[in-house]
Design a protein around this ligand. Structure first.
Ligand code: NAD
Ligand code: UDP
Length: 310
């Protein structure tokens, strides 16, 4: 198939490009390299079935496709809050542009949505039926509200034009190819542990997340695109819940680091708990994450060590 991926040079996008090329597809990757990295897709560049176009997807584009994965968006809180208006513009316009391309070419489109649409959740674990608890004026709103609106854009393309849509609500995913300066907790803690500097826990470290290894997420995304007919939102992630202080201890142990832990002020409206209810994904496609946090962290640590040597 002819597959278009916006944000394809980023962490998730580059793994997806590689998977789809390895399974015989033609892939066009659009990315403005703002948080992505050309090294992530370097191996694919000589491949005739792979095309990279440096392009800001908030500006319209026109590439024929049978499938579109719309991933273009900063994803780390540290990155998306640097220029909040640009974040809004990227998420909203890239979704409009991707949906218009899907409508024009009759393509199926998958939107990379996020657990952040649940905000600071009052329901635990989070099911897709929960509408969330988001402050529309808060510091995370540039990302959370835009991602909510992106779901609205696709749902209404589906309603109005019968566009074939998929919405993946992705929960915290990690793995090789994340930038060492990404700012999200796993690459941050690993970089700090490897440098021997204190691991910076925000607040008391009792807040939880449920971390999914990249290979499991790629399986889930492709399954959702190809094996399900669901046009509503579907949670994808891992439901093993971990506190941030336990994560810090695990990373110190796995790296053999002598780093201490330091507790610093938490960012405002940092969700206290997050864990996906995966029943819908399991029923639709049999989705079941396989990689344990310990195994996934080991692979990520090795990759980050290799990356920093290059
Ligand atoms: P990432 O920052 O590594 O990748 C995002 C990519 O989008 C980068 O390559 C970046 O250069 C590109 N991009 C940003 N703005 C662009 C623009 N205007 N035009 C073209 N390209 C642009 O982050 P990621 O973790 O790989 O996230 C990918 C997608 O998945 C994002 O949409 C994110 O919101 C979503 N997501 C990720 C997670 C996660 O835990 N990793 C969780 C929920 C949702
Ligand atoms: N966090 C932390 N130290 C860091 C980076 C993040 O304690 O150096 C915390 C953050 O406050 C949040 C959790 O780790 O509670 C996950 O943060 P991340 O930025 O990875 O993703 P989020 O789930 O907040 O989007």
């Amino acid at each position: 198939m002819q597959i278009l991926i916006t944000g394809g040079a980023g962490f998730i996008g580059s793994h997806l490009c590689e998977y789809l090329i390895n399974t015989g597809h033609n892939v066009t990757c659009l990315d403005n390299l703002s948080s992505g990295n050309i090294q992530n897709i370097e191996k694919l560049l000589p491949e005739t079935r792979f095309t990279f176009v440096e392009h800001d997807t908030s500006i319209p584009f026109d590439y024929p496709a049978e499938r579109i994965y719309n991933l273009a968006s900063p994803a780390s809180p540290a990155w998306y809050s640097r220029n909040p208006l640009a974040t809004i513009q990227t998420i909203v316009q890239s979704t409009f542009n991707s949906a218009a391309a899907a409508e024009k070419y009759g393509a199926r489109i998958l939107q990379a949505s996020t657990s952040e649409v649940y905000g600071s959740p009052l329901v635990h674990p989070q099911t897709e039926a929960y509408w969330g608890n988001v402050n529309p004026n808060g510091e995370r709103s540039c990302y959370a509200e835009s991602k909510r609106f992106a779901e609205t854009i696709l749902s209404n393309y589906h309603r109005q034009y019968n566009t074939d849509i998929r919405i993946a609500r992705i929960f915290n995913t990690y793995g090789p190819k994340m930038r060492h300066d990404d700012g999200r907790v796993i690459p941050n803690f690993i970089s700090q542990a490897l440098n021997g500097s204190p691991l910076s826990i925000h607040g008391d470290g009792n807040q939880t997340r449920s971390f999914c290894y990249i290979d499991d997420l790629i399986t889930g995304l492709v399954q959702l695109m190809e094996e399900s007919e669901e046009s509503g939102p579907v949670n994808l992630g891992n439901n093993q819940e971990t506190s941030i202080s336990d994560l810090a201890k695990m990373i110190i142990n796995l790296t053999g680091s002598k780093s201490d832990i330091s507790c610093i002020e938490a960012p405002c409206e940092d969700p206290k708990k997050r864990k996906p209810d995966l029943t819908r994904a399991r029923m639709l496609t049999g989705f079941m994450p396989k990689v344990s946090l310990e195994k996934g962290l080991q692979k990520t640590i090795h990759a980050l060590i290799k990356q920093t040597k290059q």
